[in-house]
Design a protein around this ligand. Structure first.
Ligand code: FAD
Length: 385
């Protein structure tokens, strides 16, 4: 990006620059067999793309300049992420390491840890993965069992994480651990640690997904994590974890994906009912985009954001499903030919159809989003999905 720090550029200007950058990068990556079948940007992973984002100055747009950011606003970031999604860039590492974990480090970590880690993230040199889920702890995250036992100068961590995106290429893991097994309530005994993936005792096993990407299992066997890599307070991890998920659930890149598919379907849809449905979807897309903006405003002002972040996440994930079904209706059997996402609209619809299965689960299942919205936004404290 040209001279980002001189003055606050308009969102329109930055968006145009993002468009040019993303189109060029997508072109560069189009023959990469690994990216060809990515269901949507959150399924695709590419160190090359991540480093290009860092070199181009696209990481940390609204972060302070002292840590390598560009001092713009979260609204700039949302608009740019939407364009990255529109161009179907492989974004998994970015969405985890920057949008989710990077923002959470900025919010919750000590100044020393922030200054040590985030300049490396903005430069595109550190890829993070997120170790929250476990075989017995997904929706019920508070029941996680990975233990961190205090030792001189740090913690010894042992446990088993599952569904860990990007672990196969990550440099660091953002780990949810149990530091107090005797806490009165399970969520009171949790903490968050940053751990290097090359620390002795870590093993990763990867497996392919329907979305075309990879997920991993991560085993930790007495892994030593220095105490200055604790994020927030010991046993204060629940607040950090919930705050981290609020960032994760603002899914502007998926707004871009839906916008792309709607644009391309409008160019080929002939039947009146399809054209009418496409107009409806476009309206709902505008609403989803506004929810994302509202969630970002809450997050940047330090206001409670869980309800509106969940509204954004739920609305976009459902819209992804709906538009992929609509694409199938419009294109008919052609949409079953999975020729790759850069191979016209049929390839995109086929890929999206596969990927939307995970979209309503990753980052928290839809039932859980409805429960968060009911409890946090509607005041229905006893609501159960
Ligand atoms: C593509 C993808 C990427 C992922 N990446 C990561 C990652 O990088 N890091 C990470 O830590 N995790 C990751 N996950 C895991 C994801 O966060 C969990 O899959 C999700 O939270 C659901 O947990 P679970 O799979 O254990 O399902 P469960 O919690 O067992 O849920 C199964 C079903 O029961 C429903 N359910 C559960 N509890 C309730 C309730 N109280 N009320 C009503 N219904 C309920 C759920 O909605 C769901 O439909 C990823 C998942 C996917 C699909």
């Amino acid at each position: 990006m040209d001279s980002p720090n001189i003055q606050m550029k308009s969102i329109a200007t930055v968006t145009q620059e993002a468009d040019r950058f993303a189109a060029q990068l997508a072109d560069q990556l189009r023959d990469d067999p690994w990216n060809r079948f990515q269901g949507m940007p959150s399924d695709g992973d590419s160190r090359e793309a991540y480093e290009a984002l860092g070199r181009g100055g696209w990481i940390g747009l609204h972060w302070p300049e002292t840590i390598g950011g560009h001092g713009l606003t979260a609204a700039h970031t949302d608009a740019v992420e939407e364009r990255f999604g529109y161009h179907w860039l492989p974004l998994c590492s970015y969405l985890l390491g920057v949008k989710t974990i990077g923002n959470a480090i900025l919010r919750f970590a000590s100044a020393e840890l922030t200054e040590r880690i985030l300049p490396e993230v903005t430069a595109g040199r550190i890829v993070f993965c997120q170790g929250f889920s476990e075989p017995g702890a997904g929706s019920d995250l508070a029941s996680l069992r990975t233990r961190a036992v205090k030792r001189t100068g740090g913690y010894l961590v042992s446990g088993h994480k599952i569904w860990t995106s990007s672990a196969q290429m990550a440099d660091w893991i953002y780990l949810a651990v149990r530091t107090d097994p005797d806490a009165i309530r399970p969520h009171r005994g949790l903490s968050v640690l940053l751990c290097r993936m090359d620390t002795p005792g870590i093993q990763v096993r990867e497996f392919p997904t329907l979305g075309g990407g990879l997920l991993c299992e991560v085993w930790l066997d007495e892994v030593f994590v220095p105490e200055d890599q604790l994020v927030g307070d010991q046993n204060g991890g629940w607040q950090v974890l919930m705050g981290t998920l609020d960032f994760e659930r603002v899914t502007s890149e998926k707004v871009g994906v839906v916008a792309r598919v709607v644009d391309e379907l409008e160019a080929v849809a002939e039947r009146a009912e399809h054209r009418s449905e496409l107009r409806t979807v476009r309206g709902e897309l505008d609403a989803a985009r506004e929810l994302g903006r509202e969630a970002s405003r809450h997050l940047m002002q330090g206001l409670p954001a869980s309800g509106v972040s969940s509204m954004c996440k739920l609305s976009v994930a459902l819209l992804c499903k709906r538009v992929s079904r609509l694409g199938m209706d419009v294109l008919g059997a052609e949409a079953l030919i999975d020729g790759g996402v850069h191979d016209g609209i049929a390839g995109k619809v086929a890929a999206l159809r596969r990927a939307t299965v995970g979209a309503t689960i990753a980052g928290g299942a839809s039932e859980i989003q409805r429960r968060v919205i009911a409890r946090r936004s509607l005041g229905l404290a006893s609501y159960r999905a």
